[in-house]
Design a protein around this ligand. Sequence first.
Ligand SMILES: C[S@@+](CC[C@H](N)C(=O)[O-])C[C@H]1O[C@@H](n2cnc3c(N)ncnc32)[C@H](O)[C@@H]1O
Length: 345
Amino acid sequence: MDIRIPTMIAVGENSGSAGIYGLNSSVFFTFLTSSVIVFFLSQILCKKERGNKSSLHNNYKLNLCNFNILEDFPNICRMEIHIYSLSILIDKKVKIGGERMNWEPKNFKLEATTIWNFPERGNWATHNGEYRGNWSPYVPRNIISRYSQKDDIVLDQFMGSGTTLIETKLLQRKGIGVEINPETIKIAKKSLNFDKNRDYEPRIYNGDARNLYFIPNNSIDLICTHPPYSNIIKYSQGIKGDLSNCDVDEFIYEMGAVVRECFRVLKEDKYCAILMGDTRKSKHIVPLGFNVMEKYLETGFLLKEIIIKEQHNCNTTNFWYEKSVRYNFLLIAHEYLFVFRKPKF
Ligand SMILES: C[S@@+](CC[C@H](N)C(=O)[O-])C[C@H]1O[C@@H](n2cnc3c(N)ncnc32)[C@H](O)[C@@H]1O
């Protein structure tokens, strides 16, 4: 028998009462007592989990109840209470984040040189390394802090799992995210659903970085983005417009359209930062980074900085080390972070 208690209750408030029919009084009494115990236990657990982002998608089992945060509604916690053959579902609103969450990296200092190195990728707020190829939050934090002000509009048109937008929200910028893959948008929305700076919820579009028709000319204060590196990591199977399905030549050609849109939407005298890595073909380097840089320069951007970002996820296992020596090639261990400025006319 399933009894659903559909009432959404805010943390700390009392649960709605459930109508329960056809039960004798002792069963009902046991049920009531157990519910009260479970309710108070869940209060404690909910409070604990609010501060613990790594637990968002896990299930919790008590003797009497399953404790489950729903994937589709990350701020709703569902308790399943089992007593005899009775099961009761209670949906409960929870806050993601709380006083225990670390909202800031510890001892953060702006980078001051052209070599950036973040061996610990950063796990404050809801950041995690689960989305393949996501960037360290230290990168957008540095870019946003250095090149924009509070309340500025910041665009990431290759949003991925939302790392940049978590930072725009934390740093009180108005974030805009664009992502071609609707499944990825769900991941980003989950990570962005935290209770800090709710006035700075970003706007998210399922769209194509090559055509930002929904963004007016000269309206963006900063672009901070991280496209796929051609087809090194494929982010989808056959989504039309996904640049991670393009080979090198096609990718560089399509990046021309991306760069033209950057130029159109960015305000004059403002910055566009883009992270790009190289690849290798037949033991020779393919300078994707420089190829993309050329597109920016051709379009009229000025080059403000070239930053070398050390890579820590590159494959330096013995297998690759031996291959590198035997076949005489070096393992790529850096990416380029280009910062361009749109000139003032
Ligand atoms: C390198 S990932 C971005 C990772 C992101 N910086 C993060 O931290 O999660 C590149 C993203 O671009 C998306 N993408 C590919 N082609 C696109 C396009 N034409 N327009 C918008 N997004 C695109 C991919 O689905 C992928 O999520």
